[in-house]
Design a protein around this ligand. Structure first.
Ligand SMILES: [Ca+2]
Ligand SMILES: [Ca+2]
Ligand SMILES: [Ca+2]
Ligand SMILES: [Ca+2]
Length: 420
């Protein structure tokens, strides 16, 4: 048995117009002589041409075409063959007509088939319009017998027409082109823990912590301490979360959660009039305490009473202490803020010596802050000005990279990683 197959092949050159019609009888399947290895897929312009053709078919009562994997492979190969070998014809460089070529790519069905080609048009819209304005090509695009299509477009700027299109049509949909796999999602950057801020309100002995560096109400408010206490925060137990504490004239009262309750850790250190500090002085992941006493730092390496493990001069009486990991080596070191000149002096070692960094930031009267606001492992400076927080992501002068409202005049700023 043989089936009469009517096929039509069409080509179109920009500015040069030729039509060719052929009728062929197709018999047994031909042995494929060439296959593309990669899964065929339509690029954006090829997909747009299919969309335009289907829209046009819909307007004219013809069923929509689906992209066939075999016809798409054949079309891509043919467009590439024309572009690379610089010819424009339905007969490819192997001497194959479209139907032999379709079969070679696996579209070997006894059904109505055709091919349209174009050269010199860049976009799908230009190609579609050229075919639509040619009665022969127009008839192929609207032929209600077709169900499948393959479209290929290839550029070779060294060729005569530069861009070559080939579209193969068939009356039987075989293996449809699977939709192009979506691009692999870019994994979101691992949430890097960064420090946020808070305030201690001496008037009511309450710590107000904010979980983002944005304006807004405190996420938690923790009554802890009494008027006259100084706040101190740190990761006392090494679980990655900074928690609250207060310093009261020679004694530290520390909590391991950001909740109200009794002190889990109490130790005597320093004396009345000292300003408390906290940091991981030895890089073991746990914060311990210290005090600043008029130009001298006294640091303790365990949360127990005892003599200072480090005692050294840095800064001047009247400076305000800050601590942080200024160089990202995992060890917190000291610094001071000289409010009169709005200058931070930061030291990268816990011993006496000149400042490693001097950062002019803020204005006289501001209170200093320090924290790793961007989660890169390096602590940088900030200031608190009566309800306004202004933070820098580098230890240099400049405009605030983060600025927001928190607390009110009279509050004392805090910084830490309050959540896991
Ligand atoms: Ca902790
Ligand atoms: Ca430590
Ligand atoms: Ca450090
Ligand atoms: Ca940082």
């Amino acid at each position: 048995m043989h089936t009469r197959v009517i096929a039509r092949q069409l080509l179109l050159l920009k500015g040069v117009f030729r039509l060719a019609f052929v009728s062929v009888l197709l018999h047994a399947a031909l042995t494929p002589i060439s296959r593309t290895q990669a899964a065929p897929a339509l690029d954006g312009e090829e997909a747009e041409l299919l969309r335009l053709i289907n829209e046009y078919r819909g307007q004219n009562g013809a069923p929509a075409l689906q992209a066939s994997a075999t016809l798409t492979s054949a079309a891509a190969w043919h467009a590439s063959d024309m572009a690379q070998r610089n010819y424009f014809s339905h007969i490819d460089s192997f001497g194959r007509n479209p139907f032999v070529r379709f079969a070679a790519f696996g579209y070997n069905y006894q059904t109505t088939k055709s091919e349209t080609i174009a050269a010199g048009y860049t976009t799908a819209a230009e190609t579609f319009n050229a075919w639509r304005n040619s009665s022969g090509h127009n008839a192929v695009m609207l032929n209600p017998a077709f169900r499948a299509i393959g479209i290929g477009r290839v550029l070779n700027s060294a060729s005569t027409w530069q861009i070559y299109w080939s579209a193969g049509y068939g009356g039987l949909l075989d293996q449809p082109v699977s939709p192009a796999p979506p691009p692999a999602p870019i994994p979101p950057p691992a949430p890097s823990p960064n420090d946020t801020t808070g305030v201690y309100r001496p008037l009511d002995g309450t710590l107000y912590l904010r979980f983002t560096n944005t304006s807004g109400y405190a996420d938690v408010a923790i009554p802890y301490g009494m008027p006259g206490d100084y706040p101190v925060t740190g990761d006392w137990d090494g679980d990655g979360v900074d928690t609250i504490g207060i310093y009261r004239g020679g004694a530290f009262f520390l909590r391991n959660s950001n909740t109200a309750g009794y002190a889990e850790v109490m130790l005597s250190f320093g004396q009345n009039g000292d300003l408390p500090v906290a940091g991981d002085w030895d890089g073991d992941g746990k914060a311990t305490v210290g005090v600043f006493r008029g130009g001298q730092f006294l640091l303790r390496n365990s949360l127990t009473a005892g003599p200072p493990d480090w005692a050294f001069s840095f800064g001047l009486a009247g400076d305000l202490p800050v601590t942080g990991d200024w160089d990202g080596d995992g060890v917190d070191t000291v610094g001071v803020y000289r409010s009169a000149t709005a200058t931070f002096f930061l030291r990268n070692a816990n011993n006496a010596g000149a400042a490693d960094l001097a950062v002019n930031y803020g204005a006289p009267g501001d209170l200093p802050m320090a924290g790793d606001w961007d989660g890169d492992g390096v602590a940088t400076v900030g200031i608190y000005r009566q309800g306004l927080v202004a933070l820098r992501n580098s230890n240099t002068g400049g405009y605030a990279e983060l600025a927001f409202l928190l607390g009110t005049a009279g509050d004392v700023p805090l910084a830490g990683r309050w959540q896991p």
